[in-house]
Design a protein around this ligand. Structure first.
Ligand code: UD1
Length: 469
Protein backbone atom coordinates (compact mmCIF):
# COMPACT_ATOMS: atom_id res chain seq x y z
CA UNK A 1 0.00 0.00 0.00
CA UNK A 2 1.48 3.35 -0.94
CA UNK A 3 2.67 5.59 1.84
CA UNK A 4 0.63 8.51 0.58
CA UNK A 5 -2.87 8.70 1.91
CA UNK A 6 -5.15 7.19 -0.70
CA UNK A 7 -8.34 7.95 1.14
CA UNK A 8 -9.48 10.81 -1.10
CA UNK A 9 -11.61 11.99 1.75
CA UNK A 10 -10.42 15.48 2.57
CA UNK A 11 -7.85 18.04 1.57
CA UNK A 12 -4.61 17.80 3.44
CA UNK A 13 -5.00 20.13 6.39
CA UNK A 14 -2.29 22.78 6.56
CA UNK A 15 -0.58 21.02 9.41
CA UNK A 16 -0.63 17.70 7.57
CA UNK A 17 0.84 19.41 4.50
CA UNK A 18 3.50 21.04 6.61
CA UNK A 19 4.27 17.74 8.30
CA UNK A 20 4.69 16.20 4.87
CA UNK A 21 6.99 19.06 3.86
CA UNK A 22 9.13 18.29 6.87
CA UNK A 23 9.29 14.57 6.13
CA UNK A 24 12.47 13.24 4.61
CA UNK A 25 14.05 10.19 3.04
CA UNK A 26 17.14 8.68 4.54
CA UNK A 27 19.06 6.80 1.85
CA UNK A 28 22.07 4.55 2.32
CA UNK A 29 23.72 4.76 -1.08
CA UNK A 30 25.73 2.23 -3.03
CA UNK A 31 23.34 -0.68 -3.49
CA UNK A 32 22.66 -1.98 -6.99
CA UNK A 33 18.93 -2.11 -7.61
CA UNK A 34 17.57 -5.40 -8.80
CA UNK A 35 14.06 -6.65 -9.51
CA UNK A 36 10.71 -5.71 -10.95
CA UNK A 37 8.37 -2.82 -10.14
CA UNK A 38 4.90 -1.94 -11.38
CA UNK A 39 4.27 1.54 -12.64
CA UNK A 40 1.26 3.60 -11.54
CA UNK A 41 -1.17 5.55 -13.72
CA UNK A 42 0.01 8.79 -15.29
CA UNK A 43 -0.45 11.83 -13.05
CA UNK A 44 -0.51 14.22 -16.01
CA UNK A 45 -3.24 12.21 -17.72
CA UNK A 46 -5.31 11.50 -14.60
CA UNK A 47 -5.55 15.16 -13.54
CA UNK A 48 -7.08 16.63 -16.74
CA UNK A 49 -9.28 13.54 -17.08
CA UNK A 50 -10.64 14.07 -13.57
CA UNK A 51 -11.21 17.75 -14.39
CA UNK A 52 -13.00 16.81 -17.62
CA UNK A 53 -15.48 14.79 -15.57
CA UNK A 54 -17.09 18.19 -14.86
CA UNK A 55 -18.44 17.93 -18.42
CA UNK A 56 -20.28 14.65 -17.88
CA UNK A 57 -23.97 14.33 -17.17
CA UNK A 58 -23.55 10.80 -15.83
CA UNK A 59 -21.16 9.04 -13.42
CA UNK A 60 -17.55 8.39 -14.41
CA UNK A 61 -15.41 5.47 -13.26
CA UNK A 62 -11.65 5.75 -13.67
CA UNK A 63 -9.09 2.98 -13.29
CA UNK A 64 -5.38 3.36 -12.62
CA UNK A 65 -5.64 6.83 -11.09
CA UNK A 66 -2.45 7.06 -9.01
CA UNK A 67 -2.52 7.68 -5.25
CA UNK A 68 -0.84 11.06 -5.13
CA UNK A 69 -1.11 14.31 -3.23
CA UNK A 70 -1.95 16.07 -6.53
CA UNK A 71 -4.89 13.72 -7.12
CA UNK A 72 -6.15 14.48 -3.61
CA UNK A 73 -5.80 18.20 -4.22
CA UNK A 74 -7.84 18.01 -7.41
CA UNK A 75 -10.42 15.80 -5.70
CA UNK A 76 -10.82 18.58 -3.11
CA UNK A 77 -11.25 21.17 -5.86
CA UNK A 78 -13.91 19.02 -7.54
CA UNK A 79 -15.78 18.44 -4.27
CA UNK A 80 -16.00 22.18 -3.73
CA UNK A 81 -17.54 22.33 -7.18
CA UNK A 82 -20.32 19.93 -6.18
CA UNK A 83 -18.74 16.75 -7.48
CA UNK A 84 -18.53 13.55 -5.47
CA UNK A 85 -15.11 11.88 -5.80
CA UNK A 86 -14.30 8.69 -4.00
CA UNK A 87 -11.98 5.75 -4.28
CA UNK A 88 -13.68 2.34 -4.27
CA UNK A 89 -12.31 -0.80 -2.65
CA UNK A 90 -11.12 -2.04 -6.05
CA UNK A 91 -8.93 1.08 -6.36
CA UNK A 92 -11.02 2.75 -9.05
CA UNK A 93 -12.09 6.38 -8.73
CA UNK A 94 -15.75 7.33 -9.05
CA UNK A 95 -16.57 10.89 -10.05
CA UNK A 96 -20.15 12.13 -10.18
CA UNK A 97 -21.67 15.60 -10.29
CA UNK A 98 -24.19 16.15 -7.50
CA UNK A 99 -24.69 19.90 -7.71
CA UNK A 100 -23.86 22.07 -10.71
CA UNK A 101 -24.18 25.52 -9.17
CA UNK A 102 -20.62 26.23 -7.99
CA UNK A 103 -18.06 27.70 -10.40
CA UNK A 104 -15.42 29.24 -8.12
CA UNK A 105 -12.02 27.67 -7.40
CA UNK A 106 -10.04 29.35 -4.64
CA UNK A 107 -6.34 30.24 -4.64
CA UNK A 108 -5.49 27.73 -1.90
CA UNK A 109 -5.73 24.77 -4.28
CA UNK A 110 -4.34 26.37 -7.41
CA UNK A 111 -1.35 27.59 -5.39
CA UNK A 112 -0.75 24.03 -4.21
CA UNK A 113 -1.08 22.55 -7.67
CA UNK A 114 -1.03 24.37 -11.02
CA UNK A 115 -2.97 21.56 -12.70
CA UNK A 116 -6.05 22.76 -10.77
CA UNK A 117 -6.24 25.33 -13.57
CA UNK A 118 -7.43 22.43 -15.81
CA UNK A 119 -10.95 22.93 -14.44
CA UNK A 120 -11.29 26.26 -16.27
CA UNK A 121 -12.23 24.89 -19.72
CA UNK A 122 -14.66 22.23 -18.44
CA UNK A 123 -16.37 24.67 -16.03
CA UNK A 124 -16.84 27.24 -18.74
CA UNK A 125 -18.22 24.69 -21.20
CA UNK A 126 -20.62 22.92 -18.84
CA UNK A 127 -21.55 25.60 -16.27
CA UNK A 128 -21.01 28.63 -18.52
CA UNK A 129 -19.14 30.46 -15.78
CA UNK A 130 -15.81 29.99 -14.03
CA UNK A 131 -13.71 31.84 -11.50
CA UNK A 132 -10.30 30.17 -11.24
CA UNK A 133 -7.23 31.62 -9.53
CA UNK A 134 -4.26 32.44 -11.73
CA UNK A 135 -1.52 29.96 -10.91
CA UNK A 136 1.38 32.47 -11.02
CA UNK A 137 5.02 31.45 -11.50
CA UNK A 138 6.77 28.55 -9.84
CA UNK A 139 10.16 27.18 -9.02
CA UNK A 140 10.83 25.85 -12.51
CA UNK A 141 10.42 29.32 -14.06
CA UNK A 142 7.61 31.47 -15.46
CA UNK A 143 4.40 29.55 -16.13
CA UNK A 144 2.10 31.86 -18.11
CA UNK A 145 -1.44 30.86 -19.09
CA UNK A 146 -1.92 33.37 -21.93
CA UNK A 147 -2.38 30.58 -24.49
CA UNK A 148 -5.15 28.96 -22.39
CA UNK A 149 -6.95 32.29 -22.21
CA UNK A 150 -6.40 33.10 -25.89
CA UNK A 151 -7.89 29.74 -26.89
CA UNK A 152 -10.93 30.09 -24.66
CA UNK A 153 -11.50 33.67 -25.83
CA UNK A 154 -11.46 32.43 -29.45
CA UNK A 155 -14.28 30.05 -28.48
CA UNK A 156 -16.31 33.10 -27.50
CA UNK A 157 -15.66 33.26 -23.75
CA UNK A 158 -15.63 36.62 -22.07
CA UNK A 159 -12.53 36.58 -19.84
CA UNK A 160 -11.07 39.12 -17.48
CA UNK A 161 -8.56 39.09 -14.63
CA UNK A 162 -9.93 40.30 -11.31
CA UNK A 163 -8.00 40.19 -8.04
CA UNK A 164 -5.77 37.35 -9.22
CA UNK A 165 -8.62 35.30 -10.64
CA UNK A 166 -9.62 34.49 -14.17
CA UNK A 167 -13.28 35.39 -14.33
CA UNK A 168 -14.85 33.73 -17.35
CA UNK A 169 -18.32 33.64 -18.79
CA UNK A 170 -19.88 32.29 -22.00
CA UNK A 171 -23.55 31.85 -22.81
CA UNK A 172 -22.57 29.25 -25.40
CA UNK A 173 -19.10 28.53 -26.73
CA UNK A 174 -18.74 28.54 -30.52
CA UNK A 175 -16.33 26.50 -32.61
CA UNK A 176 -13.31 28.44 -33.92
CA UNK A 177 -9.83 28.11 -35.38
CA UNK A 178 -7.26 28.35 -32.61
CA UNK A 179 -3.49 28.23 -32.79
CA UNK A 180 -1.78 27.28 -29.54
CA UNK A 181 1.82 28.12 -30.51
CA UNK A 182 3.66 30.31 -28.02
CA UNK A 183 7.28 31.43 -27.78
CA UNK A 184 8.31 28.03 -26.32
CA UNK A 185 6.14 25.91 -28.59
CA UNK A 186 2.74 24.59 -27.64
CA UNK A 187 1.21 24.14 -24.22
CA UNK A 188 0.18 20.81 -22.68
CA UNK A 189 -2.41 21.93 -20.12
CA UNK A 190 -3.47 24.76 -22.43
CA UNK A 191 -4.39 22.10 -24.99
CA UNK A 192 -6.36 20.19 -22.35
CA UNK A 193 -8.29 23.32 -21.33
CA UNK A 194 -9.19 24.37 -24.87
CA UNK A 195 -9.95 20.83 -26.07
CA UNK A 196 -12.16 20.14 -23.04
CA UNK A 197 -14.09 23.35 -23.65
CA UNK A 198 -14.46 22.86 -27.42
CA UNK A 199 -16.18 19.47 -27.11
CA UNK A 200 -19.39 21.23 -25.98
CA UNK A 201 -19.05 24.26 -28.29
CA UNK A 202 -21.44 24.66 -31.20
CA UNK A 203 -19.91 23.83 -34.59
CA UNK A 204 -16.37 22.74 -35.39
CA UNK A 205 -13.18 23.79 -33.63
CA UNK A 206 -9.78 23.34 -35.22
CA UNK A 207 -6.79 23.56 -32.89
CA UNK A 208 -3.41 23.89 -34.56
CA UNK A 209 -0.07 23.60 -32.76
CA UNK A 210 -1.83 21.33 -30.26
CA UNK A 211 0.31 19.32 -27.84
CA UNK A 212 0.82 15.69 -28.91
CA UNK A 213 1.85 14.23 -25.55
CA UNK A 214 0.38 10.78 -24.74
CA UNK A 215 -1.48 12.42 -21.84
CA UNK A 216 -3.33 14.66 -24.33
CA UNK A 217 -4.24 11.64 -26.44
CA UNK A 218 -5.48 9.90 -23.29
CA UNK A 219 -7.69 12.85 -22.35
CA UNK A 220 -9.04 12.98 -25.92
CA UNK A 221 -9.86 9.28 -25.88
CA UNK A 222 -11.62 9.70 -22.56
CA UNK A 223 -13.67 12.62 -23.92
CA UNK A 224 -14.56 10.57 -27.01
CA UNK A 225 -15.61 7.71 -24.73
CA UNK A 226 -18.03 10.17 -23.08
CA UNK A 227 -19.47 11.02 -26.51
CA UNK A 228 -17.20 13.81 -27.76
CA UNK A 229 -16.07 13.88 -31.40
CA UNK A 230 -12.37 14.71 -31.51
CA UNK A 231 -10.28 13.80 -34.55
CA UNK A 232 -6.52 14.00 -35.03
CA UNK A 233 -5.45 12.93 -31.54
CA UNK A 234 -1.68 12.50 -31.40
CA UNK A 235 -1.17 15.06 -34.18
CA UNK A 236 -0.71 18.80 -33.81
CA UNK A 237 -4.05 19.51 -35.53
CA UNK A 238 -7.20 18.59 -33.66
CA UNK A 239 -10.64 18.82 -35.23
CA UNK A 240 -13.45 18.84 -32.72
CA UNK A 241 -17.12 18.57 -33.69
CA UNK A 242 -19.10 20.03 -30.82
CA UNK A 243 -21.84 17.89 -29.24
CA UNK A 244 -24.83 18.87 -27.07
CA UNK A 245 -23.93 16.80 -24.03
CA UNK A 246 -21.58 14.13 -22.72
CA UNK A 247 -22.48 10.92 -20.90
CA UNK A 248 -20.67 8.73 -18.39
CA UNK A 249 -17.68 6.48 -19.05
CA UNK A 250 -15.47 3.74 -17.66
CA UNK A 251 -11.89 4.55 -18.47
CA UNK A 252 -8.38 3.30 -17.67
CA UNK A 253 -5.65 5.94 -17.46
CA UNK A 254 -2.34 5.28 -19.28
CA UNK A 255 0.76 4.27 -17.28
CA UNK A 256 3.07 7.02 -16.06
CA UNK A 257 5.96 7.30 -18.51
CA UNK A 258 7.84 9.70 -16.23
CA UNK A 259 7.66 7.35 -13.27
CA UNK A 260 8.71 4.42 -15.48
CA UNK A 261 11.70 6.33 -16.80
CA UNK A 262 12.68 7.54 -13.33
CA UNK A 263 12.75 3.92 -12.11
CA UNK A 264 14.82 2.83 -15.13
CA UNK A 265 17.23 5.68 -14.42
CA UNK A 266 17.40 4.48 -10.80
CA UNK A 267 18.49 1.09 -12.16
CA UNK A 268 21.02 2.81 -14.40
CA UNK A 269 22.57 5.09 -11.76
CA UNK A 270 23.06 2.15 -9.37
CA UNK A 271 24.41 -0.03 -12.20
CA UNK A 272 21.69 -2.54 -11.46
CA UNK A 273 19.08 -4.50 -13.37
CA UNK A 274 15.53 -3.21 -13.14
CA UNK A 275 12.31 -4.20 -14.88
CA UNK A 276 9.42 -1.75 -15.05
CA UNK A 277 6.13 -3.52 -15.67
CA UNK A 278 2.73 -2.26 -16.80
CA UNK A 279 4.26 0.38 -19.08
CA UNK A 280 3.62 1.57 -22.62
CA UNK A 281 7.08 1.29 -24.27
CA UNK A 282 6.06 3.45 -27.26
CA UNK A 283 5.68 6.42 -24.92
CA UNK A 284 9.29 5.99 -23.79
CA UNK A 285 11.04 5.87 -27.17
CA UNK A 286 13.25 8.95 -26.63
CA UNK A 287 14.26 7.74 -23.17
CA UNK A 288 15.11 4.26 -24.43
CA UNK A 289 17.17 5.67 -27.32
CA UNK A 290 19.22 7.76 -24.90
CA UNK A 291 19.65 4.92 -22.39
CA UNK A 292 20.81 2.69 -25.22
CA UNK A 293 23.28 5.34 -26.40
CA UNK A 294 24.47 5.73 -22.79
CA UNK A 295 25.50 2.06 -22.82
CA UNK A 296 22.66 0.27 -21.03
CA UNK A 297 21.13 -2.97 -22.29
CA UNK A 298 17.43 -2.83 -22.82
CA UNK A 299 14.97 -5.63 -23.28
CA UNK A 300 11.64 -4.23 -24.45
CA UNK A 301 8.51 -6.37 -24.32
CA UNK A 302 4.89 -5.38 -24.97
CA UNK A 303 4.24 -3.96 -21.49
CA UNK A 304 7.56 -4.14 -19.68
CA UNK A 305 11.13 -2.93 -20.08
CA UNK A 306 14.25 -4.36 -18.47
CA UNK A 307 17.39 -2.29 -18.12
CA UNK A 308 20.70 -3.99 -17.37
CA UNK A 309 23.96 -2.17 -16.72
CA UNK A 310 27.52 -3.04 -17.61
CA UNK A 311 29.11 0.01 -15.98
CA UNK A 312 28.46 3.71 -15.50
CA UNK A 313 26.61 5.72 -18.13
CA UNK A 314 28.51 7.07 -21.10
CA UNK A 315 28.40 10.87 -21.31
CA UNK A 316 25.50 12.25 -23.35
CA UNK A 317 24.00 15.50 -24.54
CA UNK A 318 20.35 15.62 -23.53
CA UNK A 319 17.91 18.17 -24.90
CA UNK A 320 14.48 18.28 -23.25
CA UNK A 321 11.76 19.01 -25.82
CA UNK A 322 8.03 18.49 -26.27
CA UNK A 323 6.93 14.92 -27.06
CA UNK A 324 8.23 12.80 -28.75
CA UNK A 325 11.46 14.38 -27.50
CA UNK A 326 13.02 13.82 -24.10
CA UNK A 327 10.51 15.10 -21.50
CA UNK A 328 11.50 18.14 -19.46
CA UNK A 329 10.13 16.16 -16.51
CA UNK A 330 13.16 13.83 -16.85
CA UNK A 331 16.00 16.28 -17.39
CA UNK A 332 16.85 16.57 -13.67
CA UNK A 333 17.02 12.76 -13.33
CA UNK A 334 19.28 12.58 -16.42
CA UNK A 335 21.52 15.23 -14.88
CA UNK A 336 21.93 13.02 -11.81
CA UNK A 337 22.85 10.01 -13.96
CA UNK A 338 25.31 11.97 -16.11
CA UNK A 339 26.97 13.42 -13.00
CA UNK A 340 28.57 9.95 -12.71
CA UNK A 341 29.29 9.44 -16.42
CA UNK A 342 33.05 9.66 -17.06
CA UNK A 343 33.50 12.58 -19.48
CA UNK A 344 31.57 15.72 -20.37
CA UNK A 345 27.81 15.92 -20.81
CA UNK A 346 25.37 18.72 -21.42
CA UNK A 347 21.69 19.10 -20.58
CA UNK A 348 19.46 21.72 -22.20
CA UNK A 349 15.80 22.34 -21.45
CA UNK A 350 13.94 24.00 -24.31
CA UNK A 351 10.58 23.74 -22.53
CA UNK A 352 11.47 25.30 -19.17
CA UNK A 353 14.91 26.88 -19.78
CA UNK A 354 15.25 27.93 -16.14
CA UNK A 355 14.52 24.52 -14.65
CA UNK A 356 17.91 23.92 -13.04
CA UNK A 357 17.33 24.31 -9.31
CA UNK A 358 18.62 20.79 -8.77
CA UNK A 359 22.17 21.68 -9.84
CA UNK A 360 23.05 23.40 -6.57
CA UNK A 361 21.75 20.42 -4.56
CA UNK A 362 23.60 17.92 -6.76
CA UNK A 363 26.77 19.94 -6.16
CA UNK A 364 26.27 19.32 -2.44
CA UNK A 365 26.63 15.62 -3.21
CA UNK A 366 29.92 16.26 -5.03
CA UNK A 367 28.63 16.52 -8.59
CA UNK A 368 30.60 18.74 -10.98
CA UNK A 369 27.56 20.38 -12.57
CA UNK A 370 27.13 24.05 -13.34
CA UNK A 371 25.00 26.35 -15.40
CA UNK A 372 26.74 27.67 -18.54
CA UNK A 373 24.35 30.06 -20.20
CA UNK A 374 21.14 28.08 -20.52
CA UNK A 375 22.88 24.66 -20.37
CA UNK A 376 23.85 22.41 -17.53
CA UNK A 377 27.50 21.54 -18.10
CA UNK A 378 28.39 18.25 -16.42
CA UNK A 379 31.81 16.74 -15.83
CA UNK A 380 31.34 13.20 -14.61
CA UNK A 381 32.93 12.38 -11.26
CA UNK A 382 33.92 8.91 -10.08
CA UNK A 383 31.83 9.08 -6.94
CA UNK A 384 29.16 11.12 -5.19
CA UNK A 385 29.17 11.52 -1.41
CA UNK A 386 26.00 11.47 0.69
CA UNK A 387 24.80 14.74 2.27
CA UNK A 388 21.57 16.42 3.39
CA UNK A 389 19.78 17.92 0.38
CA UNK A 390 16.40 19.53 -0.25
CA UNK A 391 13.95 18.84 -3.06
CA UNK A 392 12.95 22.17 -4.57
CA UNK A 393 10.35 20.73 -6.94
CA UNK A 394 8.94 17.36 -7.90
CA UNK A 395 11.45 16.19 -10.50
CA UNK A 396 14.40 17.84 -8.75
CA UNK A 397 13.41 15.69 -5.77
CA UNK A 398 13.50 12.56 -7.92
CA UNK A 399 16.97 13.51 -9.20
CA UNK A 400 18.24 13.87 -5.64
CA UNK A 401 16.83 10.49 -4.66
CA UNK A 402 18.60 8.89 -7.65
CA UNK A 403 21.85 10.62 -6.77
CA UNK A 404 21.45 9.51 -3.15
CA UNK A 405 21.00 5.88 -4.26
CA UNK A 406 24.39 6.03 -5.97
CA UNK A 407 26.25 8.23 -3.48
CA UNK A 408 28.63 6.82 -0.93
CA UNK A 409 27.28 7.05 2.61
CA UNK A 410 24.01 8.57 3.74
CA UNK A 411 21.91 11.11 1.85
CA UNK A 412 18.93 12.73 3.52
CA UNK A 413 16.42 14.23 1.08
CA UNK A 414 13.94 16.69 2.59
CA UNK A 415 11.02 18.45 0.92
CA UNK A 416 9.03 15.26 0.46
CA UNK A 417 5.85 17.21 -0.20
CA UNK A 418 7.23 17.78 -3.70
CA UNK A 419 8.00 14.10 -4.32
CA UNK A 420 4.66 12.92 -2.97
CA UNK A 421 2.85 15.20 -5.39
CA UNK A 422 3.91 13.05 -8.31
CA UNK A 423 5.35 9.67 -7.35
CA UNK A 424 3.19 6.92 -5.90
CA UNK A 425 5.17 5.17 -3.18
CA UNK A 426 8.57 5.92 -4.73
CA UNK A 427 10.45 4.96 -1.56
CA UNK A 428 8.49 1.72 -1.21
CA UNK A 429 9.17 0.75 -4.81
CA UNK A 430 12.89 1.53 -4.50
CA UNK A 431 13.06 -0.44 -1.24
CA UNK A 432 11.50 -3.44 -3.00
CA UNK A 433 14.27 -3.15 -5.60
CA UNK A 434 16.83 -3.44 -2.80
CA UNK A 435 17.52 0.21 -1.98
CA UNK A 436 18.31 1.15 1.58
CA UNK A 437 15.75 3.90 1.92
CA UNK A 438 13.61 4.91 4.83
CA UNK A 439 10.95 7.58 5.18
CA UNK A 440 11.01 9.67 8.32
CA UNK A 441 7.83 11.45 9.25
CA UNK A 442 7.89 14.39 11.63
CA UNK A 443 7.25 12.26 14.71
CA UNK A 444 10.17 9.95 13.78
CA UNK A 445 12.41 12.95 13.48
CA UNK A 446 11.46 14.22 16.89
CA UNK A 447 12.14 10.76 18.28
CA UNK A 448 15.52 11.01 16.62
CA UNK A 449 16.30 14.29 18.45
CA UNK A 450 16.01 16.44 15.35
CA UNK A 451 15.12 19.22 17.73
CA UNK A 452 15.96 22.17 15.57
CA UNK A 453 13.25 21.50 12.97
CA UNK A 454 10.30 23.88 13.12
CA UNK A 455 7.52 22.31 15.13
CA UNK A 456 4.05 21.83 13.74
CA UNK A 457 0.84 21.43 15.72
CA UNK A 458 0.22 20.61 19.36
CA UNK A 459 1.25 16.95 19.14
CA UNK A 460 4.72 17.82 17.95
CA UNK A 461 5.07 20.68 20.36
CA UNK A 462 4.33 18.31 23.25
CA UNK A 463 6.67 15.65 21.94
CA UNK A 464 9.34 18.27 21.52
CA UNK A 465 9.02 19.53 25.04
CA UNK A 466 9.14 15.94 26.33
CA UNK A 467 12.33 15.55 24.35
CA UNK A 468 13.70 18.58 26.16
CA UNK A 469 14.19 20.70 23.03
C1 UD1 B 1 2.71 20.21 -18.36
C2 UD1 B 1 2.97 19.13 -17.34
C3 UD1 B 1 4.37 19.27 -16.77
C4 UD1 B 1 5.39 19.30 -17.90
C5 UD1 B 1 5.01 20.32 -18.96
C6 UD1 B 1 5.88 20.25 -20.20
C7 UD1 B 1 0.81 18.65 -16.40
C8 UD1 B 1 -0.11 18.74 -15.23
N1 UD1 B 1 1.99 19.25 -16.27
O1 UD1 B 1 2.81 21.48 -17.70
O2 UD1 B 1 4.63 18.17 -15.91
O3 UD1 B 1 6.65 19.62 -17.38
O4 UD1 B 1 3.65 20.12 -19.41
O5 UD1 B 1 5.82 18.98 -20.77
O6 UD1 B 1 0.50 18.04 -17.41
N2 UD1 B 1 3.55 28.57 -22.02
C9 UD1 B 1 3.22 29.82 -22.49
N3 UD1 B 1 1.93 30.23 -22.39
C10 UD1 B 1 0.93 29.43 -21.87
C11 UD1 B 1 1.28 28.16 -21.40
C12 UD1 B 1 2.60 27.75 -21.49
O7 UD1 B 1 4.08 30.56 -22.97
O8 UD1 B 1 -0.23 29.86 -21.83
C13 UD1 B 1 4.95 28.10 -22.09
C14 UD1 B 1 5.54 27.71 -20.73
O9 UD1 B 1 6.12 28.82 -20.08
C15 UD1 B 1 6.58 26.68 -21.11
C16 UD1 B 1 5.95 26.00 -22.32
O10 UD1 B 1 4.96 26.88 -22.80
O11 UD1 B 1 7.77 27.31 -21.51
C17 UD1 B 1 5.32 24.66 -22.01
O12 UD1 B 1 4.42 24.79 -20.91
P1 UD1 B 1 3.14 23.87 -20.76
O13 UD1 B 1 3.15 22.82 -21.83
O14 UD1 B 1 1.94 24.75 -20.69
O15 UD1 B 1 3.37 23.18 -19.37
P2 UD1 B 1 2.22 22.77 -18.39
O16 UD1 B 1 1.04 22.39 -19.21
O17 UD1 B 1 2.06 23.80 -17.33
Amino acid sequence: MPRQSCQLRATLSPSAAERQALGRLRIGGGRRLHGIVHVAGAKNAALPIMAAAILADEPIRLDRVPCLADVETLASVLRRLGIDVHRSDDGSLSVETIDRRAFHTGYAHVRRMRASFCVLGPLLARRRRAVVSLPGGCRIGPRPVDLHLRGLAALGADLRIERGNVVAHASRLRGARIDLAGPSGTTVTGTTNVMSAAVLASGVTTITSAAVEPEIVDLGRFLNRMGARIEGLGTSTLRIHGVEQLGGADYRVIPDRIEAATLLLAGAITQGRVTVAGVEPDHLASVLDQLDAAGFQLDVESDRITLASCGPARPRDIVARPYPGMPTDLQAQWTALLALAPGTSRVVDTVFPQRFQHLAELQRLGADVRLEGANAAIRGVGELAGAPVRATDLRAGAALVLAGLAAKGETVVSGLNHLDRGYEDLDGKLARLGAEIRREEVHDMIDHRACCIPLVGPVNRNSASRAGC
